[in-house]
Design a protein. Structure first.
Length: 214
């Protein structure tokens, strides 16, 4: 059977008639090139949001169990609502230890829907968009503090950080997730600070995109 030779064309974004040729490598693979930084289009579309604890909470010195620090619950309609694609989690150390100490973040991906809908302890007005100027939040996210969660084996996320002098504050952790956690409607995602000393208090938060996943 004779091979089929073809030339692929694609419409230029924002037009209905301007086409551009799609190129291939010398081995026949499609040739693609990043046009913009990873999240530029999501941010431009106004679907990327961030929220964090306003008050520092004491980190635990043992693996968390049934009490979370901050939780993100997706209250969209199950089966038809938007998914929350986690892009990043972060934490800021506010309280210090009288000794050298280290701290990190543990996360909990709920495997079942909570039996009781979480409480919106953080107001929707505190959920901020990453675009400037920014729209106000009008989505269905519920952000709860100290929620009771099923112990689905909390796991560490990112690297821990340590103090180099006693009573040091201001250390921080920033962990890119890049969509490796997705909270579907009815799902919940939680964070908790874990430290080597009870004097460590932290403020934790999320960055996520709200998108329709077909």
């Amino acid at each position: 059977m004779a091979g089929i030779t073809s030339i692929l064309h694609a419409l230029k974004r924002g037009t209905t008639s301007v086409d551009q040729r799609v190129e291939a490598t010398g081995r026949g693979a499609s040739f693609t090139q990043k046009d913009l930084p990873d999240y530029t289009e999501l941010v431009r579309s106004g679907v990327v949001w961030t929220v964090g604890e306003a008050t520092a909470v004491a980190a635990v010195t043992a693996p968390p169990t049934t009490t979370a620090g901050i939780s993100l619950y997706n209250d969209e309609a199950e089966g038809s609502g938007l998914a929350y694609v986690l892009l990043k989690v972060f934490g800021l150390q506010v309280g210090a230890s009288a000794a050298l100490a280290s701290w990190g973040i543990s996360h909990n991906i709920a495997t079942i829907k909570p039996t009781t809908k979480p409480t919106a302890d953080i107001a929707a007005s505190s959920i901020k968009n990453l675009r400037s100027p920014s729209p106000n939040y009008g989505g269905k996210a519920i952000v709860d503090l100290a929620a009771t969660v099923t112990d689905d084996l909390w796991k560490p996320i990112g690297n821990s950080t340590g103090t180099v002098v006693v009573s040091l504050t201001g250390t921080q952790i920033d962990v890119l997730i890049n969509g490796m956690v997705v909270v579907m409607p009815g799902g919940m995602y939680s964070l908790k600070g874990v430290a080597s000393d009870t004097g460590i208090t932290v403020r934790l938060g999320f960055v996520w995109a709200e998108v329709k996943l077909d």
